[in-house]
Design a binder for this molecule. Structure first.
Ligand code: SF4
Length: 339
């Protein structure tokens, strides 16, 4: 996780910061307008005693006002530590819910209530209750991309950063129901050697990164290291047929790997928002998206304009019913404790 200095850049500085992305959207006019918004947001944060937590897949300009940037696990941990009255969550709805569950006394805001997640939407609490009835005695491990109601029905939560450790912490003689991401589940079976009962959900963004994309890059860029998120539709194949240049990693793991590696070129198979952070934290190295189409429309719903409105007009407050939150908290706390 990265703690960001609360300094408002000028339009020119912002343009220079975003230039490595090669996105024509960030021209001089747009960057000047964004710089004004950034200054306004910093002032509102001070006035409201608020912190901004931002997921790695957010728009890059969001990182300039974020107090912390990280993956789901790091942000969940941070939600328990921040000394502020209000958390504004720049991510998707289940993440803001997780922050509220872990910090019930804080106000948690999300700038756009429609920022959902296709993976979290792939299983409801009713479906999980039915599944549990079909597998009495099984341990339920939910990937963190689930609603609060589903977490409340789960024994453990996990993220891609600690899913392997969570599975390995469960006694070998217990059946495990793993949900909702099937690609992560298949990867976990291979990584742990453990048979899992897997829910057939998927994230439309990661599922769209196909083995063909990987094969093309392996052919065209033989000097590059390949960093693959385990949610990807290609991850299990990469693991089976990959070579020593292929690394299956969480987003936080990708950043740590790229920083420490002596190599200079990396192909990245996950949501393209991670490229900005990789460029920033491992300067001088070359990062390319395996698929330019890997963009999460839900993550990109959060804009600086909506973040400013959220802080100024106090919207949209995220609430989780206390009894449900108490049940979900146990599963999340077990996740946060295992790394
Ligand atoms: S990238 Fe996929 S898993 Fe992540 S928030 Fe978007 S839809 Fe959900």
């Amino acid at each position: 996780m990265t703690a960001i200095a609360a300094l408002a850049p000028t339009g020119h500085q912002l343009e220079a910061l975003l230039a490595p992305l090669g996105d024509a959207h960030y021209g001089p006019e747009r960057c000047a307008a964004l710089a004004d918004l950034i200054a306004e947001i910093h002032a509102l944060k001070r006035a409201r005693n608020a912190v901004v937590l931002a997921h790695n897949y957010q728009r890059p300009e969001i990182f300039t006002v974020a107090d912390f940037v990280g993956d789901s696990l790091e942000l969940a941990r941070q939600a328990t530590r921040v000394d502020a009255d209000t958390i504004v969550f720049c991510g998707v709805h289940f993440m803001a819910e997780t922050a509220k569950i872990l910090s019930p006394d804080k106000t948690v805001l999300i700038p756009d209530l429609d920022a959902g997640c296709s993976l979290a939407a792939s299983i409801t609490a009713d479906q999980l209750r039915e599944w549990k009835q079909e597998h009495p005695g099984a341990v339920v491990v939910s990937y963190v991309n689930t609603t609060a109601e589903v977490k409340a029905e789960s024994d453990y939560c996990c993220t891609s950063g600690n899913a392997k450790a969570v599975i390995e912490a469960i006694p070998a003689d217990r059946e495990i129901l793993f949900l909702p991401d099937m690609f992560l589940g298949i990867w976990l079976e291979r990584a742990t050697g453990r048979k899992l009962t897997i829910w057939l959900g998927e994230c439309h963004v990661h599922a769209g990164i196909r083995p063909d994309d990987i094969e093309r890059w392996q052919r065209d860029a033989p000097d590059a290291e390949l960093l693959v998120h385990p949610e990807c539709g290609c991850a299990s194949q990469c693991m089976a047929f990959g070579n020593e240049r292929t690394h299956i990693l969480s987003t936080e793991g990708m950043i740590n790997f790229a920083k420490a590696s002596p190599k200079s070129r990396f192909l990245v198979a996950t949501e393209t928002g991670i490229l900005h952070r990789l460029n920033k934290e491992a300067p001088g190295k070359r990062f390319e998206a395996v698929s330019e189409r890997a963009i999460c429309k839900y993550m990109k719903m959060i804009t600086l304009e909506k973040l400013r409105d959220s802080l100024r007009d106090w919207k949209f407050e995220v609430e989780v019913e206390p009894e449900m939150a108490a049940r979900a908290r146990g599963a999340i706390e077990r996740m946060v404790a295992i790394s």
